[in-house]
Ligand binder design. Structure first.
Ligand code: SF4
Ligand code: SF4
Length: 203
């Protein structure tokens, strides 16, 4: 019958609308105040409307969510190299970046004048970045990652949106917090690579 799809769609909407009040009645004010209820409201079993009261409430982003990249450094309690950047300033990320919004200046050793494998300056224009994640995919050193922080709007359209080393740098523990599965996979892969290298060197 012509229009049956529209009627079915409206029926689903009305069902969700009514279920919201049923759930409100069953759970009371806790439905909107308790932390675990918020997670349930966003889950697969949720009933009723799913509107989020942003910015008081925020939808949890999935692990593979990607926004502006950040640069990984060792944590401050690292036994050998606290705060050491992982980036070697190889420049691969800036080459593969489709809109070309990464600028890197490599460090030089003040004594020898030779290039040092770490960045002296690193900039990303976050207005141009299209969050594609290519930089993170192609980095051979796992040094650049896609962040989950999407609340970065500001009234300044110029310098505030050019992220420098200070703004881009975050410790490894942060990456482990936002992407535990990926971080663990990467750690295992790195260890396997190191072991293979050591075995080869032994031979
Ligand atoms: S972030 Fe990775 S790809 Fe980019 S310059 Fe540093 S080491 Fe190279
Ligand atoms: S996410 Fe994409 S656009 Fe943004 S800096 Fe990385 S490669 Fe460039």
């Amino acid at each position: 019958m012509y229009g049956l799809g529209i009627i079915k769609g409206l029926g689903i909407t009305i069902k969700h609308f009514a279920n919201t009040y049923v759930e409100d009645f069953k759970q009371g004010i806790k439905r909107y105040t308790a932390e675990d209820r918020f997670t349930a409201r966003q889950g697969l079993e949720a009933q009723g409307l799913f509107t989020v009261q942003y910015p008081e409430e925020k939808i949890a982003v999935p692990e593979r969510f990607r926004y502006i990249p950040f640069l990984v450094v060792n944590d401050d309690d690292h036994p050998d190299a606290p705060g050491q950047p992982w980036c070697t300033s190889c420049g691969i990320c800036s080459k593969v970046c489709p809109p070309q919004c990464i600028w890197i200046v490599r460090s030089t050793d003040p004594e020898t004048g030779r290039p040092k494998p770490e960045p002296q300056e690193f900039y990303i224009d976050i207005d141009i970045c299209m969050n594609c994640g290519y930089c993170a995919e192609f980095c051979p050193f796992d040094a650049i990652k896609m962040d989950h922080d999407y609340e970065i709007s500001s009234y300044d359209r110029t310098s505030a949106h050019i992220y420098d080393l200070q703004k881009l740098t975050k410790p490894l523990s942060y990456w482990r917090t936002i992407a535990p599965t990926r971080a663990e996979e990467e750690r295992t892969a790195r260890e396997a690579k190191e072991a293979a290298k050591a075995e080869k060197a032994k031979k």
